[in-house]
Design a protein around this ligand. Structure first.
Ligand code: HEC
Length: 118
């Protein structure tokens, strides 16, 4: 009885934590909604490389390469597209430009992507 209660409490705490930062399939954050609504998930997933690199890898790579400016580079890649950055991972496809989304949406998405790595 006691054990079951503890397990439930721990699970609840995890869900709260997950909601605040880490994404999972049911992510309700505005950034994730935009990524889903705009077809990004056809090529990207949060933590697995597909046609494009995972958002976790993108966040880590940009943090490593650009530190504080990572957010700017991610925004620019969404706006103008990108190619060749992830060649080492065997990714040779091209990221199409999404400038038509507008600055505000791109900013929201970029912040969300960056939050996928800690
Ligand atoms: C047709 C497939 C495809 C779609 C759709 C797509 N991407 Fe990409 N994306 C890629 C590929 C391939 C790369 C890797 C490009 C490279 O190696 O530079 C990439 C890279 C990126 C990067 C990293 C760029 C960098 O320089 O670090 C970001 C950020 C990104 N995509 C965001 C998005 C967002 C946001 C959307 C939806 C609005 C989206 N992508 C839709 C294929 C796609």
């Amino acid at each position: 009885m006691k054990v079951k209660f503890l397990a439930t409490a721990a699970f609840g705490a995890c869900m709260l934590f997950a909601g605040s930062n880490i994404s999972f399939a049911g992510d309700k954050s505005p950034g994730y909604k935009l990524v889903k609504a705009n077809g990004c998930l056809a090529c990207h997933s949060v933590d697995q490389n597909k046609v494009g690199p995972s958002y976790k890898v993108i966040a880590q790579t940009n943090k490593k390469l650009y530190a504080k400016d990572a957010i700017k580079h991610i925004e620019e890649a969404i706006e103008k597209g990108s190619k060749g950055v992830y060649k080492k991972l065997g990714i040779t496809a091209v990221m199409p430009p999404y400038g038509y989304l507008g600055k505000e949406k791109i900013e929201t998405i970029a912040k969300w992507i960056l939050s996928q790595s800690k």
